[in-house]
Design a protein around this ligand. Structure first.
Ligand SMILES: NC(=O)c1ccc[n+]([C@@H]2O[C@H](COP(=O)([O-])OP(=O)(O)OC[C@H]3O[C@@H](n4cnc5c(N)ncnc54)[C@H](OP(=O)(O)O)[C@@H]3O)[C@@H](O)[C@H]2O)c1
Length: 313
């Protein structure tokens, strides 16, 4: 891949896709190709074929997906399975037909069995039952990994897959109904501070351990893998460190400047006690994250404040 290569980022307006786009721009790539969902519905096979014919991308990042939390997965299992399969089938199959030089498919840590040992190693894939709450999404993602592997084996396509850990960063979703834990904490503490509330109640015991990676680091890892990795084995992308939700909440409280109390509600579910990826395969290639959690959370809070000030009053 060089700075004149034609690079398509599918889902370039999403959290991951926009970070990959920014990273490519930062590295001087001049021929970036993007389409919004309105411009190109990636579940539409003939439209995707026409897009490949017209744009002739040489490199493809697959960061488009129907993404959502437990509730959305439970309410729309058919869409989560069908739309994700359709999006990735069209992009991956289309890339083979169009002679794309290299493709990177993005999955997620939910592909691993619910009771897999921690930290999660790549070889634990398909060694046990999935977490039922998001199995529709996970099954589609596993099919995407297998698609890349099958096209590599049968047709020699240089298609690779990366499995990122929990991500956060600019452009995150702060809707309390659908957001992930870190943006939800940022919003809760900020609202408590501005309303002068004496306490913030957080779900569960606060004891579960989770890993977080700043979106710009994930994007840098994706570009690094596109340039340095060409194996059939998919690869984990994490920060290598986890933190308890209790510690995380304490850090967010301090960054936001909320002086009230944190109350834990143990009647709410905790989820898996620990979720940490083993990213040693990636680190052994020479890549390391640059943004530590404290710095990343400060940047995320600044982004949150910026978007609040732009929101219609
Ligand atoms: N966020 C994380 O913590 C995280 C962690 C690990 C892995 N990942 C993976 O990274 C990938 C991207 O996730 P994300 O968090 O960036 O999600 P996101 O912010 O929701 O972005 C997904 C993008 O895909 C687009 N899209 C969805 N359906 C489409 C369709 N039918 N046609 C065209 N575009 C479509 C969306 O456009 P619209 O919004 O307009 O529909 C959106 O721009 C996913 O594969 C996810 O599993 C994310």
């Amino acid at each position: 891949m060089n700075q004149d290569s034609r690079v398509y980022v599918a889902g370039h307006r999403g959290l991951v896709g926009s970070a990959i786009w920014r990273e490519l721009q930062r590295q001087g790539f001049r021929n970036l190709i993007g389409r919004t969902h309105q411009e190109l519905d990636l579940t539409d096979t003939p439209a995707v074929a026409r897009f490949y014919e017209k744009e002739k991308p040489e490199y493809v990042f697959v960061a488009a997906a129907k993404v959502g939390g437990i509730l959305a997965n439970q309410q729309q299992p058919a869409e989560f399975l069908f739309e994700n399969l359709a999006i990735q089938n069209n992009i991956i199959h289309g890339a083979w037909l169009a002679g794309v030089k290299k493709l990177l498919f993005l999955g997620s840590s939910c592909i691993y069995p619910k009771l897999a040992p921690q930290p999660l190693k790549e070889e634990y894939l398909l060694t046990g039952p999935l977490e039922p709450t998001n199995e529709w999404y996970a099954v589609a993602k596993i099919a995407g990994i297998k698609m890349c592997q099958a096209f590599r084996r049968q047709y020699g396509c240089d298609f690779i897959s990366a499995m990122p850990t929990n991500m956060y960063g600019p452009g995150d979703n702060y809707d309390l109904q659908t957001s992930h834990v870190l943006p939800a904490l940022i919003r809760k503490f900020h609202e408590a501070k501005t309303s002068g509330a004496p306490k913030v109640t957080c779900w569960g015991t606060g004891l579960p351990l989770r890993e977080f990676l700043y979106s710009d680091d994930l994007a840098a890892a994706c570009v690094f893998l596109m340039q340095n990795y060409s194996e059939e084995q998919f690869i984990n992308v994490g920060s290598g460190a986890d933190v308890s939700i209790r510690e995380l909440a304490g850090q967010v409280r301090r960054i936001v400047g909320f002086s009230g109390e944190i109350v834990w509600d143990p009647s709410k579910p905790d989820g898996t006690p620990r979720k940490l990826m083993d990213s040693s395969r990636l680190f052994a290639l020479g890549w390391k994250p640059r943004v530590d959690l404290e710095t990343g959370m400060r940047l995320a809070y600044t982004d949150f404040l910026g978007r609040l000030s732009q929101a219609p009053k």
